[in-house]
Write a new protein. Structure first.
Length: 646
């Protein structure tokens, strides 16, 4: 066995000893700072939630105002007119009943009731028409509000710093914000229904107060228990959602791993399905147990609320009968009070029901607003200098630490690449190569030190203008559900059109792939979604490498660009790489050290530091990490030789 192999064997033994040490078993769960927490219970008191309703309605109409001011103005006008007509209708009821009661003794008085009856009919008809208009306007505004909320969320996410995605919980809060977007379409309907119910209740209260002031506090006494019960019930429901949030996220993740195509073969060959299903079932059972407890608690609250409301309502009706019996109000006024109380009951039920729905929706809308605010706080806020094609890109004493990390990923790194030069970056996993690529292309900003393009710090450059001069082929490249042409041009065709696309395809070997497609460049590459064509990983990689060949960018960064390619396709790309470097600065990350021979310089990284730099033939012939890694790759031949000798 070679010396290198002996060292590997020793290290393997040490690793076994470490693995044998006892360690705590960590449970699969989503847990991050700033996530949903039961501490939210402090915010979900009856008083706090009741105060939220005006704010929620204001936020809803603010969003609606942004998308359609005319519709919002007409909607509010309709609500006001509808409320006034409701009050007028109740006042007309007293007059109509008075005349009708008098006609029992003198039928000649019957025509006197016509104006009041006409007013009743007119206000009823007007309210019906206004109700239709209000519903139509709500239906018009709902999808527009949802679209605006979704646009704001997407705009905030795509215009935030790349580092935002490295903050714990950022993606989780994005998922919660999506729920807020989904329910935002219900906000305008719930708000206008709440306003309509409030207008009905106010109209009834005004009429009752005019008939006999004592009826008004009694009416409020009947409203309070039902409102409190509804708010507390909603609090129980939402806290159950909060308590089960992490388990529901785990269930979502496990569902994806169980059915997604990427690992479907391993789910079967590793016979992993029973174990994953058991983990899914355990989370589901915890969710169900919490939900059952919440349902029972809410039922108890509802029973108590209904009993209290029933007693208070009995007091109200008893007061009406007492007033009528003692002659304090007339029979006509008592009849109007009956109608007003029924109207008030309808308004109260609407206030409680729609208010409950609005509160629940508002809690999800809070998630949306928190995400938009958080993303805005990490918005791209850099310089305004527009860079030209870079001739010299450099890192000077650059360190970088990811959010919440315990230590730096890069430590005072010096690095440079010039136009027309190919620089290869090598190192073991975790050495900081991918982080270096993100700093070079301006995706992340240095924690300390400076990254410059032609002497200008990337923090002073317009990031979008800088990225137009950048072309990146990451290790995990995107497979866009678009045509082959769009997957190469990325929606940014040049003046030459398909001529340039085909030239780029030839440079990467993607032309062989395109020739096999049923519609050539126009073939949709998305079988799972729209019946398109599915490509193999190697075919996709050729398409991905064609993108920088088509894009006229000054910096080309390639991270393992041939990991899925066969030898012929890999040779084709690396022989053409020198031509691509003509007016570009090229940085190549690879673990296949033989491919680094095409580079002008090789930079060797270890634990976030640059430990070696030089030409291929220099580094493989001098002691150091590059030579060690090179010999490890060559050791495979030695192992085969030893096996044959045995």
């Amino acid at each position: 066995m070679t010396e290198t192999a002996d060292r590997l064997h020793d290290e393997s033994g040490e690793a076994d000893d470490v693995a044998a040490a006892p360690a705590a078993e960590e449970e699969l769960a989503f847990d991050h700072p700033g996530g949903d927490s039961l501490e939210l219970a402090d915010l979900l008191t009856g008083r706090t939630m009741a105060r939220r309703l005006p704010s929620l309605i204001r936020r809803t109409f603010s969003l609606a105002w942004q998308v359609d001011r005319t519709a919002v103005g007409v909607l509010l006008a309709c609500q006001i007119v509808s409320g006034i007509s409701g009050a007028l209708g109740l006042f007309a009821t007293t007059e109509a009943l008075s005349v009708l009661i008098e006609t029992a003794h003198d039928t000649s008085r019957l025509p006197a009731a016509i104006p009041a009856v006409a007013l009743l009919a007119g206000t009823a008809g007007l309210r019906a028409l206004l109700g239709i208009a209000i519903q139509a306007l709500s239906n018009r505004l709902s999808p527009r509000i949802c679209r605006e909320a979704e646009y704001k969320m997407l705009e905030a996410a795509t215009n935030s710093e790349q580092a935002a995605y490295d903050h714990p919980g950022f993606n989780d809060r994005y998922d919660a914000a999506e729920r807020g977007v989904d329910v935002s379409r219900d906000m305008i309907g719930q708000s206008q229904n709440y306003i309509s119910s409030l207008a009905t209740l106010i109209a009834a209260a005004v009429v009752l107060a005019s008939l006999y002031p004592l009826l008004l506090p009694l009416l409020l006494m009947a409203a309070v228990p039902q409102a409190i019960a509804a708010i507390r019930g909603e609090r129980v429901t939402y806290l159950a959602v909060v308590a089960t949030h992490k388990d529901r996220r785990v269930m979502t993740m496990l569902r994806w791993h169980l059915i997604a195509k990427d690992q479907s073969d391993q789910v079967r060959t590793d016979t992993l399905a029973p174990y994953l299903l058991s983990r899914y079932k355990a989370s589901a059972e915890r969710v169900e147990a919490t939900s059952d407890t919440a349902a029972w608690d809410r039922a108890k609250i509802a029973v108590v609320g209904a009993a209290a409301t029933g007693l208070a309502s009995s007091a109200v009706w008893g007061a009406v009968f007492l007033l009528l019996g003692t002659g304090r109000i007339s029979a006509a006024a008592a009849g109007t009070a009956v109608f007003a109380l029924r109207s008030a009951a309808t308004g109260l039920q609407g206030l409680v029901g729609y208010g409950r729905d609005l509160l629940r929706t508002g809690l999800y809308l809070d998630d949306w607003e928190r995400f938009v605010t958080e993303a805005a706080g990490q918005r791209l806020d850099r310089g305004i200098i527009t860079p030209q094609r870079p001739r010299h890109i450099a890192l000077r004493k650059v360190s970088f630490r990811y959010p919440e990390a315990d230590e730096d990923t890069l430590h005072e790194v010096d690095f440079e690449v010039r136009q027309g030069e190919i620089v290869a970056v090598v190192g073991e996993n975790g050495s900081g190569k991918s982080t270096l690529m993100k700093l070079l292309s301006g995706l992340n900003l240095a924690s300390s030190g400076v990254v410059t393009w032609d002497g200008v710090s990337v923090a002073d450059l317009d990031p979008h203008a800088m990225w137009r001069q950048t072309s990146v082929v990451p290790q995990d490249f995107a497979r866009w559900p678009m045509t082959a042409r769009e997957n190469i041009t990325l929606g940014q065709p040049c003046a030459e059109g398909d001529v340039a696309v085909k030239r780029a395809a030839r440079a990467s070997g993607a032309d062989d792939v395109i020739r096999t497609l049923r519609s050539g460049l126009g073939t949709l590459l998305a079988r799972e979604w729209w019946g398109g064509v599915a490509l193999s990983p190697g075919q996709w990689q050729r398409i991905a490498v064609a993108r920088p060949a088509h894009r006229d960018a000054g910096l080309l960064v390639m991270d393992e660009p041939t990991s899925d390619l066969d030898a012929r396709a890999e040779h084709r790309i690396f022989t053409g790489l020198r031509g691509m470097a003509g007016e570009r600065a090229v940085v190549l990350v690879t673990h296949n050290l033989a491919n680094t021979s095409v580079a002008d310089r090789i930079v060797v990284m270890d634990k976030g530091r640059v430990v070696q730099e030089g030409a291929f033939h220099e580094l493989v012939n001098q002691p150091g990490l590059m030579q060690e890694l090179w010999r490890l790759q060559q050791d495979r031949a030695a192992y085969r030789a030893e096996g044959n000798d045995a």
